[in-house]
Design a protein around this ligand. Structure first.
Ligand SMILES: [Zn+2]
Length: 254
């Protein structure tokens, strides 16, 4: 299985990072996409990916909650790194109206800029959309070209948002621990989503699936998410593994 979204460089893993990765591999989760969020997190992300080639795959981007006054410097940092390194995606990028809208105009500019970086470097994008689908669709509708592709990570929208995403024809949705939460509307949406539109993710160290909800999340929990999807769609865990892994490999060229 592939964890398409794991912040394994996070300081929450400083004490046992290697064990966390070995535990995931023992649970048959063998590849991890590791997105940085700003220039501060970039070095630890890169160091981890260099230590685990062909296991940890780097992505570089400016996360919407890291967008502030210095966003232009941060964007040139991302562009510079993308131009001299090998990355599987531009991410994570997006718009977040949940945590704060103080820098919403900068968030819009940063998102559009990084979509254009993805065009320039011909890379997929990892999109964070939190209470911001309308913002994101408005920008995408204006600048979309068919080589813009990627994943709406930790998808949290409505069925209408899902259908709108699919209209572009080049995006998948990332499904993580939220699908196992009791009060989640995600299982209902997933029921009618083709498995080929889904990739698995943890967003570790955040959003641990039940029965670990509220605790530190890690990539070895991916099978719990896959199992839940298998139950919703009444198919085998093996099919969920095979099809979502194929989708992730193709999209991110892992
Ligand atoms: Zn993330």
């Amino acid at each position: 299985m592939i964890d398409t979204h794991a912040h394994l460089y996070s300081e929450q893993f400083d004490g046992d990072r290697d064990e966390v990765i070995q535990r995931a591999i023992a649970a048959n989760v063998t590849k991890f996409i590791v997105p940085s969020t700003d220039s501060d997190s970039f070095d630890s992300m890169k160091k981890l990916c260099d230590a685990y080639p062909d296991v940890c795959f780097p992505a570089a981007g400016l996360h919407p909650t890291s967008v502030k006054e210095n966003f232009e410097n941060e964007l040139s940092f991302v562009e510079k790194r993308l131009s001299d390194g090998k990355f599987c995606a531009v991410g994570e990028i997006g718009v977040d109206c949940y945590w704060s809208t103080d820098f919403i105009e900068y968030q819009r500019i940063a998102f559009e800029y990084q979509i254009n970086l993805a065009k320039k470097f011909d890379l997929p994008v990892i999109i964070h959309a939190r209470e911001a689908f309308h913002e994101i669709f408005t920008i995408l509708d204006r600048i979309f070209t068919p080589n813009i592709r990627g994943v709406f990570h930790s998808f949290s929208g409505t069925a209408a948002d899902y259908f709108k995403i699919m209209e572009y024809g080049t995006f998948k949705i990332g499904v993580g621990g939220v699908v196992t939460f009791k009060n989640s509307n995600l299982p209902q949406i997933i029921e009618s989503v083709p498995l080929t539109d889904i990739v698995l993710e943890t967003d570790a160290p955040y959003l641990a699936p039940s029965p670990y909800r509220g605790k530190r999340n890690e990539s070895s929990h991916i099978p719990l998410i896959a199992q839940k999807i298998a139950e919703i769609k009444k198919i085998s865990l093996e099919d969920v593994d095979r099809i979502t892994s194929e989708t992730a490999q193709t999209l991110f060229v892992l």
